[in-house]
Design a protein around this ligand. Structure first.
Ligand SMILES: Cc1cc2nc3c(=O)[nH]c(=O)nc-3n(C[C@H](O)[C@H](O)[C@H](O)COP(=O)(O)O)c2cc1C
Length: 326
């Protein structure tokens, strides 16, 4: 169990913010399977958030999807007060500052990993966020431009000093692709420099990965991203096997999980908002099947959710006998 301010994360397993993926339908699916300690939205523009309608696909959420952290993509600290007020109005449980996104478009506007390059401004920005909320305030970073202990240490200490309650470290350098092996031991360095909880992120796709990551980093918790879309039951597995959380036994029925996701999409989103999200999810979910590429491309080329559903049913009828790789 991990506590930040009045929020208890039990288990200390966090869902990574992922644009196009960590929306209400996906969170609801994970909720059904169990094991998530803190849900997350995808990154939300602090500038646009205050005028975003509650029915927007980025904000739609159910009572059950808690605790829920809202991740803010911010470049201008002046946008923070209204964005934070909106999170309070939406009954968010925590606020995360995106300080790691390497996407050129995000950096061009001064957000994500660009923010850590101007530490004076970053200090003011974090102070501004801290002054406007007593909610748990967290931040998510990458390791930096290059491996530079002094620089990383001073960034982490700055964040802790300005009142960040928990730091998530995606254990890769800014320019490193997701395919690169994560540097979990660097999360351990961060952990040793700080007294706030440190969460490790990057490259956890199995219980064994989680175990090795914890052993190498000594992290206070784990954040799962793509692994949770590939194996939505991964939270349950890690929660029960690494954190001894008592959960109902798990039955992994992949077609049922997939169709339940489609049902949640249909319940939450307007018709034109469903297919894109199904394609994004399928891109990951298909990977536990040896012929998963077939499923991914069948859904990718579908022109409606109904067509995708039919093609997926056909795929499952021919491939379900394949065991799930460890
Ligand atoms: C499709 C996709 C969208 C992402 N969107 C965000 C985002 O909105 N905010 C963020 O901080 N990181 C984002 N990330 C990075 C993830 O949060 C996470 O740091 C990264 O995927 C590494 O973790 P993993 O190996 O468990 O996936 C995204 C990653 C992916 C694959």
């Amino acid at each position: 169990m991990l506590a930040i301010r009045n929020l208890r994360l039990n288990p200390p397993l966090l869902l990574a913010p992922m644009a196009g993926l960590t929306h209400s339908a996906f969170r609801s699916l994970l909720l059904q399977l169990g094991g998530v300690g803190l849900f997350s939205t995808e990154m939300l523009s602090a500038r646009r958030l205050p005028v975003e309608n509650a029915a927007s696909p980025f904000l739609v959420s159910t009572e059950a999807e808690h605790p829920l952290s809202y991740q803010l993509l911010v470049a201008d600290k002046a946008h923070l007060p209204a964005a934070i007020d909106k999170v309070l109005q939406l009954e968010g449980d925590a606020i995360d500052l995106n300080l790691g996104c390497p996407a050129p478009r995000v950096r061009y506007f001064g957000g994500g990993s660009r923010l850590v390059e101007d530490t004076d401004y970053l200090r003011q920005l974090v102070a501004e966020a801290r002054a406007h909320t007593s909610l748990p305030l967290t931040a998510k970073i990458r390791l930096g431009e290059q491996l530079d202990e002094a620089r990383l240490k001073s960034l982490c200490r700055l964040l802790e000093g300005e009142g960040i309650d928990l730091l998530t470290v995606h254990a890769r350098l800014r320019k490193e692709p997701f395919s690169r092996k994560p540097r979990w031991e660097w999360v351990g360095k961060v952990k040793n420099w700080l007294s706030i909880p440190v969460v490790a992120n990057g490259g956890i796709f199995s219980v064994e990965d989680g175990r090795r990551c914890l052993a190498l980093s000594g992290a206070d918790g784990l954040m799962l991203g793509r692994g949770a879309a590939i194996r939505p039951w991964l939270f349950h597995e890690i929660a029960s096997q690494l954190y001894a959380i008592d959960l109902p036994p798990l039955t992994i029925d992949r077609p049922a999980i997939y169709f339940s996701f489609i049902d949640q999409l249909e319940e939450r989103f307007r018709p034109e908002r469903r297919l894109g999200r199904l394609k994004e999810f399928t891109h990951y979910f298909s990977r536990t099947y040896p012929f998963g590429l077939w499923l991914a491309s069948a859904v990718q080329t579908s022109s409606s959710v109904a067509e995708a559903r039919e093609r997926a049913a056909d795929f499952f009828s021919r491939n379900e006998a394949q065991p799930i790789p460890a």
